[in-house]
Design a protein around this ligand. Sequence first.
Ligand SMILES: Cc1cc2nc3c(=O)[nH]c(=O)nc-3n(C[C@H](O)[C@H](O)[C@H](O)COP(=O)(O)O)c2cc1C
Length: 198
Amino acid sequence: MMRLSGKRIGFALTGSFCTIPEVLPQIERMVQEGADVYPILSYNAATCNTRYGKAADLIRRLEQITGKEPICTIPDAEPIGPKALLDVLVIAPCTGNTLAKLALAITDGPVTMAAKAHLRNGRPIVIGISTNDALGNNAENLGTLLATKNIFFVPFRQDDAIKKPNSLISDMTLIIDAVVAALDQKQLEPLLVDKKTG
Ligand SMILES: Cc1cc2nc3c(=O)[nH]c(=O)nc-3n(C[C@H](O)[C@H](O)[C@H](O)COP(=O)(O)O)c2cc1C
């Protein structure tokens, strides 16, 4: 099914490093479904080498999958607004840090700049969260964004209610379904999922 044929999709990744390997196959699926995908990286996603992988390998992999050099600076993200470059912007994985900034309209990096530029055009953003404080320090910001126009979520669940009771993670296998719904100005439901569907 080519549900994304001709769609221009910004795909922003932030520093939830353990979750990045889960979203890469979804970007591949988007390309297979006919989308033109523009990768965007937060400063941390573009530069941190962690036990989950090296920054240079992530950049190379994104170039291989999308055929485009990732957007890694504020000046490179800015034209998304005036040029109306994207139909939809995905931010996945979205850290607690980036979630909080989005809720407070802080625009201090490539991903938050992309979000601001894109929202100016009244177009949808789809957030796939992955953060240990979503039901704690970040609950207020999550609530703000749930009630914000043009912001949609990849359905999420608690990933370890006993050991990390404040942690939420989106089911990244639902990114494409969430994007298709958001392009129609709809939130994919149910928003709360029990367990991994993929
Ligand atoms: C190995 C590693 C894993 C991390 N995983 C997460 C995570 O899953 N969720 C999260 O919100 N932050 C996580 N962080 C912390 C973020 O990387 C940190 O808050 C950073 O400032 C995020 O910046 P960004 O949102 O601009 O990418 C992790 C950090 C490291 C080093």
